[in-house]
Write a protein that binds this ligand. Sequence first.
Ligand code: GAR
Length: 222
Amino acid sequence: MSDAVKPMRVVVLISGSGSNLQALIDGVVSGDLPIEIAAVISNRPDVMGLTRASNAGIPTLVLDHKNYPTREAFDVELMQTIDAYTPGLVVLAGFMRILTPAFTEHYLGRMLNIHPSLLPKFQGLHTHQRAIEAGESHHGVSVHFVTAELDGGPVAIQARVPVLTSDDATLLAKRVQRQEHIIYPLAVKWFAEGKLKMTQGKAELDGELLAECGYQIDAPDA
Ligand code: GAR
């Protein structure tokens, strides 16, 4: 009988294209990522991310938030749906919903999100345009634990991307997304291996509490 450690079960929530989901799928397929993506759940029907999951043989579900009378009712149903898969980690990959405190509390320390800015800068939407307008020399992306504060939980890892004079929001977003697809699988791997945790409201990596910006990597200028 094999005594190999079972891969951590992960549920991924999406709302759209699912390019970050694809990066996770690719990591599993290549053997780099010690997880099993148990299910992909979308709050929007007919999105590309659902096709990506189906192509990889991953069970998919749509829970359309428009069919629920309140945010609370949707989140309760979503929690029950997720928990049926008994995940060790919930991954928000472009899941564009504001979550209720009951939901974030339920998954505290075992739910990650990716946000396209160097948090705590530029929480919310249109982050690339706002970084350019603010004259930032650097922009980037953060993976953080999810807490009740929108885009406010402790950061595990950030990738910094230089803002070029030739950048518009689309060009900058493309370079940031390349980094997203590197750091999200890395953070998920660390979590699955037990290296990354949330302790005392902070992110901890290899037993050390991380600074506010998390573990930082600098992307090349190109
Ligand atoms: C990603 O760029 C992610 O950083 C962003 O949505 C995009 C989803 O792309 N998330 C947020 O803005 C969350 N506040 P994807 O569906 O191709 O992974």
